[in-house]
Design a protein around this ligand. Sequence first.
Ligand code: GLY
Ligand code: MN
Ligand code: MN
Length: 437
Amino acid sequence: MRDQLKRFIDQMEDNSIAIIPAAHEKTRSYDTEYKFRQDSDFWYLTGFPEPDAIAVIDPKNKRAPYTLYVRPRDPLMETWYGRRQGTEGAQKNHGADKAFPSDKFEKDLPKLLDGHDKLYYRFSVDADLDRQVLAYLSGQRVRRLKTAYPPHTIIDPTIILGEMRLHKSEQEVEMMQTAATIAADAHILAMKKVKPGMTEGQVEALMEAFMKDKGASGVAYNSIVGGGDNATILHYVENNAELKDGDLLLIDAGAEYQGYASDITRTFPVNGKFTPAQREVYDVVLDVQGKCVEYTSVGNTVKARQEYSIELLTEGMQKLGLLKGKTADLIKKKAYLKYYMHGVGHYLGLDVHDAGRYFTDQEAKNSRPFAPGMVLTVEPGIYVPADDKSAPAKYRGIGIRIEDDVLVTENGPRNLTAKVTKAPDEIESLMQRSSRK
Ligand code: GLY
Ligand code: MN
Ligand code: MN
């Protein structure tokens, strides 16, 4: 049995059962679908790659605790839409103790759930499965427990899964390092190739082709490739403008490898040379970013790191003349939000904004301390709107973010994305040495 599944079972409550669904294919338009991406929790637990499956985990059933409901083999469907493992493959190749066709699940539900006190199930992920579970529960209630024993408690399995996913195993770290290295190399490639006159879309295309060539399944999220003041739009994904001489380019792009995400941002000059004004803002962000990487260490907390980034960036904004007044007042008034409006980082794993709680208590007062095995991004930024009359004119339209992926270890933070330089002099010399001219 897969290690993750074993560890999940170890944490399930007595006399409980879990139902964890796979993702479904989603329509993109008319009769075409988006490329399929497995549900992260389901993938983490089962490693089963197909849509429409359901995992049933029943530790009480000692001989067969793990059942998979899967799409059945079907020569016609497989000719049209691709191979299927079927029930045989689910057992032989994916470790299920038993396997049945998915369309049998609804009928089997009473027999599966009856006799358990607790059900691990997350509502609101899969509407059709919600309907089936609710129909079962209400049906059993009508029987007034005379002949049935339905679960009396429903528990969200992400309580367990979120904690598990937050603390990465050695094998997970290895896969995350691969995702990080592929993305880092893609950013290096972009630095070598970008020149005035290219479009944002061409840069996106060359990075994504590279990622796939190196074994990634694709991007971990839609790449953000923003030239000039497009960099001040946080989730800019149009990526269709021409890159101009004298502008900066902000690229936020990560690769997905075996389901694991990387998430890197670099900002560099389209023509290979920072202007003095660009460099001034860049140096502030770089300094804050480096300090926040160091801060991502055992003994500190997620919330304190956010506050630290706010303090440092506020001071930086004062130095640049973007904000005026006393640092403490500016922080109290949240004046920094005008130029820095997002968090300094997030958990990273199978999802780019990964699972796991940021607080350790129900009142959400106690922020989680960093612990070995956690992976977080570090991504401060300064974004000066092009029409911001209160900012010095030379900074208007400049957007800079620098983002690395950091593993917390006993021996301090390990930067998984250090391979792609963020030192401005090194970026310039890399760009000028390359064949882009
Ligand atoms: N690329 C998404 C993020 O940085 O959070
Ligand atoms: Mn990020
Ligand atoms: Mn990012």
